[in-house]
Design a protein around this ligand. Structure first.
Ligand SMILES: Nc1ncnc2c1ncn2[C@@H]1O[C@H](COP(=O)(O)OP(=O)(O)O)[C@@H](O)[C@H]1O
Ligand SMILES: O=C(COP(=O)(O)O)[C@H](O)[C@H](O)COP(=O)(O)O
Length: 294
């Protein structure tokens, strides 16, 4: 945790929508004229696509579980080092994982490989992490302890799988049966490392479909915003002085389902993110300015 170099972590499983949610954060930062350091969590994968395939084969032969969700396939030590260093000095190192031809062409590399480690942008006011492990805690690392605002993007699982399946097939070019195998292989680490994060998050955005998603493995398209609601849970509303009456007034069709939970129409998810997160980011920046002027 750091007043002068705050870290915001947007955390979610593969296909959950963290990259999509990041756009709302970019709008907030633009409106507040924030200079942010952006971190893509996939940069902390430990292996290239080819090396990962070999590691998975070796683990399978040994009858062991191994996936991108677990510590064995990620440099969580370097992720924690980055968070600790950024919180302390506003510096650190990151890189990019190049998922597809388009991303790879930008760096004249092969898809499924990394760019070189390089210093993050200098003189930033905060860091935004987006990826799988922004709130992870294992026997060896505690990434969560460094985060000032932790946001979960956690669609209900059938919707999350539909989003992942459609994206991995339509955008990343994977075969449907391979995506299903990856989902199955990742389940032990999903339960052990991914889902526990969402108990630690300050706020979770959980998109819930209002249409049938009972068999996500045959769904032809992703339920759109009109076909969903978003359950927004605050771990400690008082800590962030969440103004629920204002929220309910501003977002037509919203209602409280619990004292710490507001539900909004799917079409209002981005607006809800901006109305909720905007004041929190402004408060973090005001605290930073006050500390710097002391
Ligand atoms: N609110 C949403 N409504 C409709 N589709 C969504 C929504 N959020 C994410 N998606 C879709 O789900 C897929 C995965 O989203 P993405 O942001 O890439 O997930 P992640 O980065 O967490 O893996 C993408 O195809 C994206 O367009
Ligand atoms: O699933 C994720 C998480 O990323 P995202 O949140 O973008 O899904 C991995 O990065 C990719 O599966 C990498 O493996 P591959 O080399 O198969 O792309």
């Amino acid at each position: 945790m750091s007043v002068i170099h705050p870290i915001v972590a947007v955390t979610g499983s593969s296909g959950a929508g963290t990259s999509t949610a990041r756009i709302a954060f970019e709008h907030i930062f633009h409106r507040l004229h924030v200079r942010a350091a952006y971190i893509d969590g996939d940069a902390f994968h430990a292996y290239s696509r080819r090396e990962m395939a070999k590691a998975v084969r070796r683990a399978t032969i040994r009858g062991e579980n191994f996936s991108h969700f677990g510590p064995g396939a990620n440099r969580l030590d370097r992720l924690e080092k980055l968070f600790a260093e950024y919180g302390d000095r506003g510096t650190g190192e990151t890189r990019r994982y190049l998922h597809d031809e388009i991303e790879a062409a930008e760096f004249d590399r092969e898809p499924g490989t990394f760019t070189d480690w390089a210093p993050i942008e200098s003189d930033t006011e905060l860091m935004l992490y987006e990826g799988l492990h922004g709130g992870v805690v294992t026997d060896q690392v505690d990434v969560a302890q460094h985060v000032d605002l932790m946001v979960g993007v956690v669609p209900t699982i059938n919707l999350e799988w539909i989003q992942k399946i459609r994206r991995d097939i339509d955008v990343r070019g994977y075969a449907p049966e391979d995506v299903a195998k990856v989902i199955l292989r990742r389940m032990p680490d999903y339960v052990r490392y991914i889902t526990p994060q969402f108990t630690r998050t300050d706020v979770n955005f959980q998109r819930v479909p209002l249409v049938d998603t009972s068999n996500p493995f045959v769904a032809r398209d992703v339920p759109n915003d009109d076909e969903s609601m978003v359950v927004i849970r605050f771990r400690d509303p008082a800590h962030w002085a969440v103004d629920f009456p204002y929220l309910l007034t501003m977002i037509h069709g919203s209602f409280m389902s619990r004292p710490n939970t507001v539900v909004v129409p799917g079409t209002k998810m981005r607006m809800a993110i901006e109305i909720i997160i905007g004041p929190i980011i402004r408060r973090l920046l005001e605290q930073r300015e006050a500390a710097l002027s002391r």
